[in-house]
Design a protein around this ligand. Structure first.
Ligand SMILES: C[S@@+](CC[C@H](N)C(=O)[O-])C[C@H]1O[C@@H](n2cnc3c(N)ncnc32)[C@H](O)[C@@H]1O
Ligand code: SF4
Ligand code: SF4
Length: 389
């Protein structure tokens, strides 16, 4: 049923098919383009380090809601699901309540024991491991992740029958190892290998494509730079469009602002749960809650809640449950109405315009476009690895 409030309708609670969960904001790593740390150095001082336990998840999600879902995936913005104490218990409960549900975890693979990964393999359908290089390079982006833990955990997961995908973000420092990593994935029994062309060489403050990203130590000193790969096959194609637009006005502000928003999650009927228990439509809005360079309460996501009765607390699902939150004012009125406002100044969200405003400048989707050559591990290679050859 369409919303009664807005011509630009959002879904209703019983339409939801996909839940994206951020189980925790804790992690073993400090990846420089992840907002949990300050450019890979100290932990983001604004970030609450929290997690959801099983009893909290049960409070947020009624069983009838879980039974209507096709998929729950644990990924998040600020943490690694393997760092939360009750991730396995939460997945087990979801499986009990909805035996047919698709359950997936996204992890750097460096946390927990082989035993834990073997156990979780029996409950979930897929694990996506973020490994950006090999033994000598993975830690340059995945700062703090210990290679031999990753190696052992993935193999334990796969040997216990788990289906795994290796996601490989390509940078200048690891572009020479893509093919070798694909072979290693096959040797480990990993079924899919996904080249990822990051869209994060983008400056929010300057609304411009970045050439490089500084990596800092805990005191804010530059340790080294992350650079785009030289091989254009590994570069996000949306950057080229962005640069063309930048040439016209010096930055991408008005190009992004003038976009017509076509909400991705309204179309796919998915919703996002933060590790504090807030329900927001997507990770792209939720990530604007705690950027280290802004401070709590300063970004547009906090500002839009000034228009909602009860403010940010009105989307606290620990208090109201997920269904009441989705049926409330923010989802049904304030957010969809914001999409048609003339400018960011008037309250049109920059995150919405940037993520869902321009099909030809879709930094997220373009990460996976054109990677087919390196994407699938061939059946032959996979068979070999299964046989231990
Ligand atoms: C905050 S992480 C949470 C899950 C887990 N900790 C991980 O890293 O896979 C959310 C997603 O962002 C991805 N990510 C991190 N840095 C990225 C980058 N520079 N470009 C594209 N994706 C990135 C992660 O690999 C993961 O899929
Ligand atoms: S592993 Fe994931 S959550 Fe942890 S710092 Fe890296 S991107 Fe962020
Ligand atoms: S960024 Fe805005 S428009 Fe895009 S999916 Fe999220 S809520 Fe919808």
């Amino acid at each position: 049923m369409d919303s009664v409030y807005s011509a630009r309708a959002m879904y209703q609670a019983n339409d939801i098919k996909i839940l994206h969960m951020e189980t925790t904001s804790k992690c073993n790593a400090t990846c420089p383009m992840c907002l949990r740390s300050v450019n890979g150095g100290k932990i983001n001082p604004h970030l609450p380090l929290v997690e959801l336990g099983l009893s909290e998840v049960q409070k947020i999600l009624p069983e009838s809601f879980v039974q209507g879902l096709d998929k729950v995936f644990m990924c998040g913005n600020y943490g690694d699901p393997a760092a939360a104490s009750e991730t396995l218990e939460i997945f087990t409960w979801l499986r009990e309540v909805n035996p047919k549900i698709q359950l997936e975890i996204f992890s750097n693979g460096g946390l927990r024991s082989e035993k834990w990964w073997a156990k979780i393999a029996e409950v979930i359908n897929k694990a996506v491991f973020a490994i950006d290089g090999l033994e000598d390079t993975n830690h340059l982006y995945r700062r703090g992740v210990v290679w031999h833990k990753v190696e052992k955990n993935i193999q334990a997961f796969v040997q216990a029958g788990g289906k795994a995908r290796w996601d490989y973000i390509v940078f200048r420092h690891n572009e020479h190892q893509v093919e070798e990593a694909r072979q290693v994935a096959a040797q480990w029994g990993v079924q899919d290998f996904q080249v990822k062309k990051t869209g994060r060489f983008f400056s929010y403050s300057k609304t411009k494509i970045k050439e490089a990203q500084e990596v800092w130590d805990k005191d804010g000193n530059v340790e080294y730079l992350l650079e785009l790969p030289r091989n254009q096959e590994y570069v996000n194609k949306a950057f080229a469009k962005g640069k063309t637009e930048e040439k016209k006005t010096g930055n991408m502000k008005s190009y992004i602002e003038r976009s017509v928003i076509d909400c991705k999650v309204a179309a796919e009927k998915s919703v996002y749960l933060t590790s504090e228990g807030f329900i927001l439509p997507c990770c792209w809005l939720a990530i604007r809650m705690y950027p280290w360079y802004s401070g709590k309460g300063k970004t547009e996501i906090w500002k839009i809640f000034e228009k909602v009765e009860g403010g940010m607390d009105s989307v606290n699902a620990l208090k109201y449950g997920i269904e009441a939150v989705i049926e409330g004012d923010f989802f049904q009125k304030v957010l969809p109405e914001s999409w048609d406002l003339p400018s960011h100044e008037d309250g049109k969200l920059f995150a919405c315009s940037k993520t869902c405003g321009r099909k030809e400048f879709d930094l997220f989707r373009s990460q996976f476009v054109g990677a087919s050559k390196t994407q699938k591990i061939t059946d032959k290679l996979f068979e070999k690895s299964r046989l231990g050859v």
